[in-house]
Ligand binder design. Structure first.
Ligand code: DX5
Ligand code: ZN
Length: 232
């Protein structure tokens, strides 16, 4: 099966929350494909962020692009219908945070969303063997979850190659996403290792604030140029 088109997924964790609607609108206008929405609960990860109300607010503001909800919460099942109702497109969760991974994946699809599993740097991939037919997206963490602005863990590249082989061998239409420390200088190597969906928070938003509505054009163009050069 042919590789899916590259998706650039800005993580709003590093955006200016006081003017979130505009930030998301502008980064999409600059060429981003989907919105990465990091949900943290100060329990599964040691940080606290945003929930379904903010997702709904982005939809009400007029954001129509897919919203990729990355749940770093435990437990996960209770909150899934709320995110589906709030307009989530993808919902991903960490297998460590669900007592019944298969059931949670089914729940996400039953709520009308695309379902995904997230693997931390030290989480083995074995579980995938049993649920590959129930995932639309596999997200590999290239940092430990909880904070933006960390360095890319190079071991994630080998893991990407492993998962890419699994997906290709199975012939499923599954996206392979990477999250953490993605910048213009490593995105090409990350694509070459097998990713087709690229989350970047500080690499996109983490620059000095300006009122220029086109301020994300150049970084998105740089990402695209590096992706175009990558050898598969
Ligand atoms: C970390 C989050 C990431 C984070 C990435 O737990 O899942 O999505 O925003 O930030 P950067 O791109 O700065 O590493
Ligand atoms: Zn994330």
């Amino acid at each position: 099966m042919a590789r899916q088109a590259d998706f650039i997924a800005p993580s709003i964790l590093s955006a200016d929350f006081a003017r979130l609607g505009q930030e998301v609108e502008q980064v999409l206008a600059s060429g981003a494909d989907i919105v990465h929405f990091d949900v943290m609960d100060n329990h599964y990860v040691p940080n606290l962020t945003i929930g379904p109300l903010v997702c709904e607010a982005l939809r009400k503001y007029g954001i129509t692009a897919p919203i990729d909800v990355h749940l770093m919460v435990k437990p996960v099942d209770r909150i899934i219908p709320d995110f589906a109702a709030a307009g989530a497109s993808y919902i991903t969760f960490h297998p460590e945070a669900s007592e019944h991974v298969d059931r949670t994946l089914q729940l996400i699809r039953a709520e009308g969303c695309k379902a995904g599993l997230v693997f931390n740097p030290a989480t083995p991939l074995t579980i995938l063997e049993y649920v590959l037919d129930k995932v639309d997206l596999i997200l590999l963490m290239s940092v430990n979850p909880g904070f933006g602005g960390q360095h890319f863990i190079p071991g994630a590249l080998d893991k990407l190659r492993q998962v890419r082989s699994l997906i290709d061998a199975a012939g499923y239409n599954i996206r392979l996403e990477i999250d953490g420390g993605v910048k213009a200088d490593n995105i090409g190597a990350i694509k070459a290792a097998g990713a087709d969906t690229f989350v970047a928070g500080s690499g996109i938003f983490g620059r000095p604030g300006t009122d220029d509505p086109n301020r994300y054009d150049s970084i998105l163009a740089q990402f695209r140029a590096e992706l175009a050069k990558a050898r598969l």
